[in-house]
Design a protein around this ligand. Structure first.
Ligand code: ARG
Length: 478
């Protein structure tokens, strides 16, 4: 067993329980590629600044590349005694090149090294999350466009409220995911700051060039304060918060898909390939995928709480507590990426039962507001109109009628302003298309919303392609 790099000051070997308890290698080994990328950049900078020679740097860089290939071929076992990914790679480097490998860690600490690894990793996660969200938004907009003529009940309190277009309902989720994307884009800006060179906490005595390394790794700016840098986990909390909000949005659409596929609603059918059966009840076809999406939002919300609690009241600067940031972040990233990817595949697998949705929209007196609005147009104050229509509804309930079944005389019993033209307003399509206020459900508005979303997504696609070209080549390591 190799000696620990910090063994010099110690008389006794580490207790095995301590070694197991403090090791992070079983979860931070997934950062190997970022660790090596950061080490290569750091090593080249050390040579640029004449802290090590160019020959030494070339040797180290060459072997770091080899070590990456070893890891990818499963040839470098990750063992608990190595503690973390940084030491596993450094130890292997020294094994391969001898003492000169020990020069790599000049002017660097694991405290700033882990910050760099995580920022490189998070840049990839954020780019990939945004790319997958873009796909999801495209799917929603395409579905909205295909269903521009489908009317369904709009709900408040899960009670029939007013008829809406299915496309309008779908575009509501487009808007939620648009705000999610803005949050991830904003988080990217604060993630994209270069931490290395802060060293343990106070900076370094060597004449390093942080700007050089930052530029090499594509960071537009370097962090300002070394103590803040090794302690700062804000960008991870921001990611976890954006992820938690996104997952609550996902849980809402998941819940609707679950309700809509019950035989009571029967608004949709999810294709067999996205459902599962029951081991006991032969008739069952269960919406397990949306149920799991709804369920997995719990862990992502929990991860945010873990990170906030982890950092609360933590004194400056680096504390080992901070090692506990990784698992919640990885878990939120993995969950968000797999969920968004699957949701974009699931939605096109849904068959909407247009007839059932329209029938349901006709139930529950959903045109009552239209009847009141009709009276208002005849000059009746809204509050009076509301009261009169309330009485009409009461009359209908007692007589087992729908609003449109009432005769003109019956309506006129409740208000004299009702006239023969009232019946043309008691129509679902008319009710929908009259809601032309900006952002309303009228098909003219929804068509416009779909069109402008298509243009916005096109522009976003182009800017993502261009802005994150470097990051999109990579997939975050899982
Ligand atoms: N595994 C540690 C972490 O994730 C590495 C950072 C430095 N470790 C240390 N003992 N100072 O935070």
């Amino acid at each position: 067993m190799a000696e620990k790099p910090w063994q010099g000051r110690f008389d006794q070997p580490t207790n095995k329980l301590v070694e197991d308890y403090s090791a992070s290698i079983h979860f931070d080994s997934r950062l190997y590629r970022y660790d090596i990328e950061g080490s290569i950049a750091h090593c080249r900078m050390l040579a640029e600044c004449k802290i090590i020679s160019h020959d030494e740097a070339s040797l180290i860089v060459g072997h770091l590349g080899e070590i990456q290939r070893e890891i990818e071929r499963g040839k470098l076992p990750m063992e608990t005694f190595q503690e973390d990914i940084h030491m596993a790679i450094e130890q292997r480097l020294i094994q391969r090149v001898g003492e000169v490998g020990g020069k790599l860690h000049t002017a660097r600490s694991r405290n700033d090294q882990i910050c760099l690894d995580m920022r490189l990793y998070m840049r990839d996660v954020l780019c990939q999350t945004r790319a997958l969200l873009l796909d999801l938004q495209k799917v929603l907009v395409a579905l909205a466009e295909q269903n521009l003529d489908v009317i369904m009940p709009g709900y408040t309190h899960l009670q029939h409220a007013q008829p809406v277009l299915l496309a309008h309902h779908l575009m509501a989720y487009y808007e939620m995911f648009e705000r999610d994307d803005e949050r991830f884009a904003d988080c990217f800006n604060r993630t994209n700051v270069f931490p290395l060179g802060s060293a343990a906490l106070a900076g370094t005595t060597f004449p390093i060039d942080r700007e050089w390394t930052a530029k090499y790794l594509g960071f537009p700016k370097i962090s300002a304060n070394s103590m803040d840098t090794v302690s700062d986990r804000d960008y991870l909390m921001e990611f976890a918060a954006a992820a938690a909000i996104l997952m609550t949005h996902v849980s809402r659409i998941a819940e609707e898909l679950i309700i809509w596929s019950t035989s009571e609603f029967a608004f949709i059918e999810i294709s067999d390939s996205f459902c599962t059966g029951s081991s006991i009840m032969p008739q069952k076809k269960n919406p397990d995928v949306p149920e799991l999406m709804r369920g997995k939002s719990a862990r992502v919300i929990g991860n945010l709480m873990s990170l906030l609690t982890l950092t609360k009241a933590l004194p400056l600067s680096y504390n080992r507590d901070l090692q506990e940031d990784k698992e919640p972040v990885f878990n939120s990233a993995d969950t968000v990426l797999s969920t968004v990817r699957l949701l974009a595949k699931l939605l096109p697998e849904i068959r909407f039962n247009r007839r059932r949705m329209a029938e349901a929209a006709n139930e529950g007196f959903s045109l009552a507001t239209d009847l009141a609005d009709y009276l208002v147009r005849k000059g009746v104050p809204f509050r009076k109109a509301h009261h009169a229509v309330g009485q009409v509804v009461h009359f209908c309930i007692q007589n087992g009628k729908k609003l449109q079944d009432c005769t003109l005389e019956e309506l006129r019993n409740f208000h004299k302003a009702f006239d023969s033209d009232v019946f043309s307003f008691l129509d679902l399509a008319t009710a929908v298309d009259q809601r032309t206020s900006a952002g309303g459900t009228a098909s003219s508005c929804v068509r416009k919303a779909v069109r402008s979303a298509q243009l916005a997504l096109q522009t976003k696609q182009e800017s993502l392609d261009e802005k994150f070209a470097r990051n999109n080549e990579k997939q975050p390591v899982t």
